[in-house]
Design a protein around this ligand. Structure first.
Ligand SMILES: Cc1cc2nc3c(=O)[nH]c(=O)nc-3n(C[C@H](O)[C@H](O)[C@H](O)COP(=O)(O)O)c2cc1C
Length: 334
């Protein structure tokens, strides 16, 4: 069980932090569809301390997405402490420390998964952040630096001792990046080692994967990253499976297109039309996946930079699909 403030979550299904994906618009969509906890993309501690406008914008949260965590990353303890204090002033429910990012420019600065190379320093960093803020601090990390140095059990104990309230484990090593199988078998061992809640992450791509991950590991929560891109219904489906062991929920193409548009409308409210429309291009392949002739529609959308044109293309496409249901043989609408 995970408790955040007065909210108690049993079998929590959680949206992962994802850079350039989990902005406020996407988090609100996932929240509406059942995500129990959502996280901002990671925010650079040095950028926060230097007060760059671009970094500060990432802290924007909304009442309707709670509980929400702001994730920060960095290697310098003083900067991380100051960044946590700045993030706390935005009143999130949690501050999450990123200790899992594998990309070169992050680990090259000693941040992200690099913290795994020095567990004593990592523990100290977490403790200093915990001591600096009043809200719960959580940590997201990986099994280890590479397959020869999996030290997650030692790290888990240190994170708990440092005062973190939840540990999320991406069940891959830094060397794996996002590739290869995630090894969920570590989760029961981690659960035996620490008392704080453990969230499993890695390779959870369908609602059925959520159920399997809970059943196989006894995790307190399951975090979904890529499986939610273009498919935010994964949360609703997982919830239905968890509650009834049966999935009646079927997502029609119409609903997918409507949600894609609603996601874009929210993004426009938050960051303005041109930027939102251009950034939305990365979501079309996910939302339109598996629909007839969708690649031609997608190519068309990729060239557009205003909302009215995007809406026209999407609504026309939706109508064509609806009028040709007898040819394409779609299931019922939701
Ligand atoms: C586009 C993208 C951006 C990501 N950005 C972050 C991030 O900002 N912070 C973080 O902790 N992990 C980040 N991750 C890693 C995911 O949170 C997650 O740990 C990883 O994708 C494994 O989960 P999955 O197999 O369900 O995709 C990112 C992953 C992707 C695909």
């Amino acid at each position: 069980m995970i408790q955040i403030g007065n909210t108690k979550l049993i079998n929590a299904v959680v949206l992962a932090p994802m850079e350039d994906v989990t902005d406020l618009s996407f988090r609100l969509i996932c929240k509406e569809l059942g995500a129990d906890i959502v996280y901002t993309e990671f925010v650079n501690s040095e950028g926060l301390v230097r007060a760059t406008e671009k970094t500060h914008k990432k802290l924007k949260i909304s009442e309707s997405e709670r509980p929400v965590g702001i994730q920060i990353y960095g290697s310098n303890i003083e900067s991380m402490v100051n960044a946590a204090i700045i993030a706390e002033s935005e009143q999130p429910d949690l501050i999450d420390i990123n200790a899992g990012c594998w990309v070169k420019n992050v680990v090259g600065c000693g941040a992200g998964a690099s913290l795994l190379k020095d567990p004593v320093y990592f523990q100290n960093l977490v403790k200093k952040v915990v001591d600096a803020v009043k809200i719960p601090v959580t940590v997201k990390t990986r099994l280890g630096w590479d397959s020869k140095s999996i030290q997650i059990l030692d790290v888990a104990k240190r994170i708990e001792d440092a005062g973190a309230k939840i540990l999320t484990v991406h069940c891959r090593t830094r060397a794996q990046g996002h590739k290869g199988d995630a090894d969920w078998s570590w989760i029961p061992r981690i659960k035996q080692t620490i008392d704080i809640p453990v969230i499993l992450n890695g390779n959870v791509l369908t609602a059925m994967d959520v159920i399997n991950a809970f059943n196989q590991t006894g995790a307190d929560g399951i975090m979904i990253a890529r499986g939610a891109i273009g498919n935010p219904w994964i949360f609703k489906e997982a919830k239905e499976l968890l509650a009834k062991n049966d999935l009646q929920y079927e997502v029609s193409n119409e609903l997918k297109i409507k949600t894609c548009l609603r996601h874009l409308e929210l993004a426009i409210e938050i960051k303005g039309e041109r930027r939102a429309v251009i950034e939305h291009r990365k979501f079309y392949s996910g939302y339109l996946k598996g629909m007839p002739n969708s690649s031609a529609v997608r190519n068309n959308l990729m060239a557009l930079s205003d909302f009215i044109s995007v809406r026209e293309v999407l609504l026309n496409y939706s109508e064509i699909l609806l009028n040709n249901q007898h040819i394409y043989g779609f299931g019922q609408s939701v």
